[in-house]
Design a protein around this ligand. Structure first.
Ligand SMILES: Cc1ncc(COP(=O)(O)O)c(C=O)c1O
Ligand code: FES
Length: 351
């Protein structure tokens, strides 16, 4: 990225001089690298500021483009806030939205999805990997159902890119949101995948000079786009290795905690998972899984990545075990639960 900040600072949209051409070539190289990682054509990749922007373009853009015929969107209760907020925005404009529930393992029921599709459904938006609990939705099945019913399938793949293999054709994906900083790339850049055949149209959210084929006006930020391309190239090479390492570290963390602490509960499917995923807020994602409020409050998300070491996992285990045991020592509830008392049955006050 450095040369593109320091010496090769041409505007990639300047067609009349060498500085422009070299920046343009670098942007196109990055586009090809992003495309390669997901089995797409470079012409289907549009650079944006990140997954938030992609999700806005996908959800609002598709519905606005087809607004006269398609009035209904299907999504899930556990999407990232930017998808949920975009859907709320559409509702204020008079569109209808179905928020599919998830099962206790965090995955949607595909039969329920199929039933929810209506003749006026304009978009199905289901995230690939959940950012709190790491579960992977059955993308291929969702893609097949959407293809059969002729509804574009959008997936927020911010947490999936570089972690699980993605093939837009095999998975029947029509639109996909990507973010560079989730794969160790720079912050503030992402890409929208938009299928060419059959072509999916969106109403741009940004008006202006028509860059990125009119989908996203504004000067493309060459240095960070180059960084995103490099991150994709590395992810393609390292994905298998990273996956094995992260799985082993995940197991080490789990075994380490379970060897010293009983009654450990894992939120979300263990089979369909890209990672083990801290928030102190009562999480709406966990509530959607049917996790009780007290259990949602007591959850911790552990994030393990390419640069996490065994020593760090062991230290996290040690700290977690220490604090949990300390809290249990202090709490009368733990002893009561052990004695077989249902804590939920306790009357806390006299009111
Ligand atoms: C699933 C998911 N979608 C979207 C986003 C937003 O991505 P960005 O920071 O690139 O806008 C994130 C990141 O927090 C995410 O985890
Ligand atoms: S969502 Fe899994 S590590 Fe962040």
């Amino acid at each position: 990225m450095l040369p593109f900040y320091l010496s090769r600072y041409g505007n990639p949209h300047s067609r009349t001089h060498l500085y422009g051409w070299e920046s343009d070539a670098a942007v196109e190289e990055a586009r090809a690298r992003v495309a390669r990682l997901i089995g797409a054509d470079p012409r289907e990749i549009f650079f944006t500021s990140g997954a938030t922007e992609c999700n806005n373009i996908a959800v609002k853009g598709v519905m606005h483009f087809y607004r006269d015929r398609r009035r209904h969107v299907i999504t899930t209760q556990t999407e990232h806030k930017c998808v949920l907020d975009s859907c709320r925005y559409l509702q204020q404009e008079g569109f209808e939205v179905t928020y599919l529930p998830v099962r206790p393992d965090g995955l949607i029921d595909v039969a329920q999805l199929a039933d929810a599709i209506r003749p006026d459904t304009g978009l199905v938006s289901v995230m690939a990997v959940n950012n709190e609990i790491g579960v992977v939705q059955p993308l291929e099945e969702i893609g097949r159902i959407c293809r059969e019913k002729g509804v574009p399938f959008h997936t927020d793949a911010a947490q999936a890119l570089g972690k699980i293999p993605i093939d837009v054709n095999q998975m029947g994906i029509g639109l996909m949101s990507l973010s560079a900083h989730k794969i160790y790339g720079p912050k503030g850049v992402g890409a929208l995948y938009l299928r060419r055949r059959p072509r999916i149209r969106v109403e741009p959210q940004m008006s202006g000079g028509g860059q990125e084929r009119g989908i996203r006006s504004g000067t493309v930020p060459t240095p960070i786009v180059v960084g995103f391309g490099a991150a994709c190239e590395i992810a393609a090479k390292e994905m298998d290795y990273d996956e094995r390492r992260v799985s082993a570290l995940q197991q080490r963390l789990l075994d380490g905690i379970r060897s010293k602490v009983d009654d450990v509960v894992i939120n979300g499917s263990m089979e369909h998972r890209a990672c083990t995923s801290a928030s102190l807020e009562p999480s709406y994602v966990l509530r959607a899984l049917g996790v009780d409020e007290d259990m949602a409050h007591t959850s911790i998300r552990f994030g393990i990545g390419r640069f996490t070491t065994e020593e760090e996992v062991d230290r996290a285990t040690e700290l977690t075990v220490h604090q949990v045991l300390k809290l249990r020592e202090m709490s009368p509830l733990y002893e009561m639960a052990k004695a077989g008392i249902d804590i939920k049955s306790i009357q806390w006050s006299q009111h």
